[in-house]
Write a protein that binds this ligand. Sequence first.
Ligand code: SF4
Length: 403
Amino acid sequence: MERDVRKNPGLLKLELYCLGMRIDESCNLDDDASPILRTRGGLGSGLEAMLTDDLYTNIPIMENFAKKSPYILKKEDGVYLIYKENLKVAPLKLLPEPKFYDQRTSSGKLMSRIGVMQGTYIGIYPTKVCGFWEMEPKKNCRFCSVGLNIGAQEEEEKGVSDVVEVVKAARKELNITFVHFNTGYYHPDENYLDVLLPYIKAVKKETGLLIGVQTPPDKEMQKYDMLKKLGVNHVSFCIELYDPERFAEVCPGKKEHINQERYLDTIAYCSELFGKGRVAGEIIAGLESPEASITAIEHFASVGAVSTVCVFRPTIGTDMEDYPPPKVEDMIPVFRRMYEVCLENGIPAGVAPNVKVSLVLLPDEGIYFLDDPQKHRLGIFKMKMLHHLFSAYFKTRLAFKHG
Ligand code: SF4
């Protein structure tokens, strides 16, 4: 792989996740950037930006480690530029605040409190705060900031019509293609998917957009069959850590009330049901050994699922705010393997149109870490063809739907 961050934007995205970035006084983020909304993205807290036309990122700038970063953002002649020490590395396009954030729904709710842009898609967290934050003592995942944010920047309960209006506004302004529904943990007797169903039905019916669902594993597997019938396109599960000891230490609520086996069984079930590449196992790299992260990636691939890999970020206010972020060298083999397993197992990655994610390196962005892309050229070509075909199909289907 190309090790020069000036020639490898994927490596730059990774380095910025791990090292953060300082902000020079020439910058004017208040006017030029989207506000830093620490809503339900448990690891999200940074500057939303684009490194290239199709590489979105969320750069840590507030955390302690970012204040010592070799990277610094400067504004010169109206253009934002990333420097590493004194070396000019790359331009950075800041994502301005979406205009719809300031609009209100018919019920009077501010749209920024209903849904949040995370790259090119909108994330909706329709339900009350994750139950692990409400337990006494708290059982929240120790890296998570979710319970710190509710109320201040986000409505705790959202109506179906509020959500539909916000999705339509985001589609109109930003041409989004993907809506991601997410819940945290509930009481064991409550049913995650039942709670989401009215939102999913309404958004699918009214917009026809691609829908992803991320919840803890539902206790009734047949519910996933129903999701598929409703037209849900993607499901994902945040197991977070593969090493059982680290899982227990970092995710005490998940260990006690869900456990790893249920995650793995549900990923396998859904992958069989939805098909290769339509299910993701989500892990956080940097809180266990790189070998454990790679074992997780290989496990998911063995059942046809992709991996979504977040880089651990010691977000301010969380239990782990004083932990160091991971080292870039440790992360490179993880992200390389994330893509290699897709190529080796014929698992489609990066097929959906216009789905670019700021908070993670997507499976297909692992291409930046391949040592010898030539070796995989046929597999890479097939992925690109699938992307073009699916994009054309999606566009045609939406055109029919909206006449
Ligand atoms: S399950 Fe863990 S990571 Fe997810 S919202 Fe709850 S505490 Fe946060």
